[in-house]
Design a protein around this ligand. Structure first.
Ligand code: GN1
Ligand code: MG
Length: 364
């Protein structure tokens, strides 16, 4: 606590600290909510430097992207206060502080009256999340993509992610490979899926754009009163990517009726009502900005990202749980199996997913 106060003093905060409360969601960074005696609130985060090797570059991206979005919101009469993260600078004008031990800290203004959902309670929330992520995509459509740093190289290179999985199984540092032979076979059968988007881009059929790359539904703030999407958060991985993966990642996380780490796999499946609501909201905001081919490949994005994240969880299990925070024995394996079950459900309903996308393709 004393240390946290020392960190906070490095930043341009208004008022005196009254309370520091840890927040537990997120698999990567460590987050606290800081309340001041004057009622003002901030979000303090320690950036995970194992995952983000160049945190200064992460913050450079975030400052540029949030300034761009705030300008867009101002132009269109949007909410420039709650509609976009605001980075608080250090007393010497930097967007993060590196302490004596090398830990990296940043602060955002806390967005009040908003919450996130791990499980959607009402389909309207997912429709609104679709609008929110769609609007985010639209506002970044003219952001100069080449100025962004690639904060994690090959982040959504699914082909490489699959290769890493089999490499981890070969090395087997935690002695767990034998127990997941069936799971590995599942991914081996689907290897070809890993190259689809890479190939389409290489052939000039699908563009790269500025994308978020981690659009779990708990990365969008929902207004507690109106249920409207307010603000997209967790901008660490904003970099060139595929819209289909952003679309698919919300589907993977939120249109699954169970949680991401559900152990009872009979509960895990893709809910088509939720899929439809998200598709409708998303395309209503950004449909006009996407190419016909990009829209066609949206359902593929859901399948690919589900397999990709499943492969990453299984890789981390084989590596001895070094990347994702885990909260119980076998947590990464549970997460991986949940993604695999969801991928099966997506495969079963794929034709219907495509029909729904067709229904809303021109619904702008
Ligand atoms: C991580 O930071 P968080 O918890 O939103 C991960 C994502 C995964 C996700 C799975 C930088 O996201 O790629 O999809 O966990 N972020 C990073 O829940 O690896
Ligand atoms: Mg993240």
């Amino acid at each position: 606590m004393k240390k946290t106060k020392e960190i906070l003093e490095k930043f341009q905060l208004e008022g005196e600290i009254s309370e520091i409360k840890p927040m537990t969601s997120g698999h990567i960074n460590t987050t606290c909510r800081v309340t001041m005696t004057n009622g003002k609130k901030y979000t303090l985060q320690a950036i995970n430097t194992y995952v983000f090797r160049r945190p200064e570059q992460v913050m450079e991206n975030i400052v540029a992207v949030t300034e761009h979005i705030r300008r867009k919101l101002a132009e269109s009469g949007g909410d420039t206060e709650r509609g976009c993260l605001r980075v608080i600078m250090t007393r010497d004008g930097k967007p993060m502080y590196r302490d004596a031990e090398g830990a990296c800290w940043r602060i955002y203004e806390f967005v009040d009256g908003a919450r996130t959902y791990d499980v959607i309670e009402d389909p309207i929330q997912l429709y609104n999340a679709g609008r929110g992520f769609g609007a985010f995509q639209r506002m970044l459509a003219d952001f100069p993509m080449d100025t962004l740093h690639e904060t994690i190289p090959d982040f959504h290179n699914t082909k490489k992610r699959f290769e890493n999985l089999f490499e981890a199984a070969r090395k087997d540092v935690a002695g767990r490979a034998e127990s997941v032979a069936g799971d590995l076979a599942f991914f081996r059968e689907r290897m070809a899926v890993g190259s689809l988007l890479l190939d389409l881009t290489a052939e000039g059929k699908i563009p790269l754009r500025v994308t978020h790359n981690d659009t779990k539904v708990n990365n969008i703030l929902i207004d507690e009163k109106t249920n409207e999407a307010l603000c997209v958060i967790d901008l660490d991985t904003v970099m060139p990517g595929w819209v289909a993966m952003d679309f698919g990642d919300t589907i993977r996380f939120a249109a699954n009726v169970a949680e991401e780490d559900e152990r009872d796999l009979t509960k895990v499946s893709l809910d088509m009502t939720l899929f439809e609501q998200f598709t409708k909201g998303f395309l209503s905001q950004v449909g006009r900005d996407l190419t016909e081919a990009e829209i066609t490949y949206l359902p593929h994005g859901a399948r690919i990202i589900t397999l990709e994240i499943g492969a990453r969880f299984l890789t981390d299990y084989l590596d001895g749980d070094v990347y994702f925070k885990t909260h119980r024995e076998g947590h990464n394996l549970d997460r991986a199996r949940c993604q695999m079950k969801l991928a099966l459900s997506i495969e079963e309903q794929f034709d219907e997913m495509c029909q729904i996308v067709e229904r809303y393709r021109h619904d702008v």
